[in-house]
Design a binder for this molecule. Sequence first.
Ligand SMILES: [Fe+2]
Ligand SMILES: [Fe+2]
Length: 254
Amino acid sequence: MTDDIHALDEEAFFDEVYTFQHWFDSVEGYLHDTRFGRKHPTSEVPSEGRREALISTLCNYCVGETAALEASSGLVVIAPNRALKVFLATQAADEARHLEVFYRRLAELGVHDPEAEIPKRASASLLEFKRSLLELVDARDWDAAIFAQNVVLESMEFTTFGTHMRRTDDATADMLARILRDERRHIGFGETQLGRRLHADPVLKARLSRVRARLDPLVLASFTESLEALGVARGDRPELAKDYLQTVGRLGVE
Ligand SMILES: [Fe+2]
Ligand SMILES: [Fe+2]
């Protein structure tokens, strides 16, 4: 491992940070000595009302994670070079882990058949988002699919998980804190891949703005449902939606 990766030129930098080695060095810092993504595995189960709400929330997280697992796996095929393929393979591994730990938490909450439970509780707008993302991957539209997955979906998850973490039981919070570390890496990838090119390419910017216009209402609708299930007061929700909009807006895609 190079001591100071920021001293490398751009190509060498990506050769270093988009490797399984770099991924392993990163995740080891927060997953070492954990089981199913938690340091102190307790099977703490919240009271009945909160348990129901938590099950619905986790079922929706499973939809988002399945979307990211399938999309990042599909993006490996269309990625333009080896370094990007390797990074997306590490992301697919992260997303598979997220799905696995959510399933484990659901089992602790008494859900023994998540495959049956998830469709009953999944948000229609989130399912629609998942379909749209996978269509972009199927159409081999690299820029739009990276934007939809690594910027839009990741920003939504980042805001939702962060909010949830601050108002839940210790077991769920511990699991979410470690997932967030992965999601931050995925957003960074999306911003790096698109940021500089968007700056120099108004046509790309206009095209991604149209993608955003289609996806934002779906994200905001599922976001409202998640915040409601988490018991976030109506008055606090616009502020959190603004966090999401600002995170996506950092790239200048309005
Ligand atoms: Fe994830
Ligand atoms: Fe992710």
